[in-house]
Design a protein around this ligand. Structure first.
Ligand code: GLN
Length: 283
């Protein structure tokens, strides 16, 4: 079969139930991935005939996509902020809403002299690597409890050429770290265990549960990191946590009661949903 025929066949497999104009670009990415070329390479060669092995690999990818495997796990790539990352099923696929956290961090870092920041629960490294890519002077420590996730983050660090500025540490939150930072960012798991067993079960089907399960009511890890902040944030330092769209009031109340001297607020995303908990320590 030709490239054009393979694309038509793949689109027919995914649509319906998906609309064809949504399925087609995905199918093109899967074919490009199976052939080891770009989408534009395909566009220039609609009559090209991939060999049997390549066509079979492509059909297998389309089939797994039809079963609901996220596209990013099939191609191993995800776009985030201004960078592209490798992703595997050991890490959460970076979400567009996490860019709110990155933008908040960037505006803080651009207005202050911050020699060292920490990113907690770094996963693929999305947050810290987007920041390190945008700010060539930035130095950071990034932690994760999952060794498998850190192996992915390490490859992403290497690909972006920031290995001399970002240090990866395998530990729970900031427990193994004795330093104070001017900025702490954290996209911790915050989906409640109840939701993961009910309405959010679909997310946990393919993505790592350790990156999603925030315990009963979802904010258990956020609470534990808030408790560690007095030891790890410098005076005037800032902590930014991604939170769920309905967790703002609860997270802010928790932060204010654990850190009475801090300035606490919730930053909404573009849909005006709660997205980032902001905790600024007193000077
Ligand atoms: N935003 C993710 C979701 O709803 C959750 C990410 C997280 O727990 N940090 O699927």
């Amino acid at each position: 079969m030709t490239v054009a025929e393979l694309i038509r066949k793949g689109t027919d497999r995914l649509a319906p139930p998906r609309p064809a104009d949504e399925a087609r670009p995905e199918v093109e990415l899967l074919l490009a991935h199976a052939l080891g070329h770009s989408r534009s390479w395909l566009y220039a060669r609609p009559e090209h005939r991939p060999d049997g092995q390549q066509a079979a690999a492509y059909c297998e990818l389309v089939e797994r996509r039809a079963q609901g495997v996220p596209l990013e796990y099939l191609t191993g790539r995800a776009a985030f902020h201004d960078i592209e990352l490798e992703v595997t099923p050991d890490v959460l696929i970076p979400r567009p809403e996490t860019e709110v956290l990155v933008e908040e961090a960037l505006s803080f870092l651009r207005g202050t002299d911050c020699p060292l920041m920490a990113d907690v629960g770094t996963g693929s490294g999305a947050v810290v690597l987007a920041l390190a890519h945008a700010l060539p002077q930035l130095r950071a420590v990034a932690t994760d409890v999952s060794r498998a996730a850190l192996l992915v983050a390490a490859r992403n660090m290497q690909a972006l050429g920031v290995t001399d500025r970002v240090m990866l540490v395998n530990c729970d939150l900031l427990s193994a770290i004795g330093t104070r930072f001017c900025l702490v960012t954290a996209n911790l798991p915050y989906v409640s265990t109840e939701d993961l067993e009910g309405p959010a079960a679909i997310v946990a089907l393919h993505e790592p549960r350790v990156a999603l399960d925030g315990g009963p009511r979802g904010l258990q890890l956020v609470r534990r990191l808030l408790e560690q902040l007095p030891e790890h944030l410098a005076p005037g330092g800032l902590a930014l946590f991604e939170i769920g769209s309905d967790q703002g009031a609860q997270a802010a109340a928790m932060a204010q009661s654990l850190l009475p001297g801090a300035e606490v607020s919730v930053v909404p995303d573009q849909w005006r949903l709660d997205r980032v908990l902001r905790v600024r320590m007193a000077e």
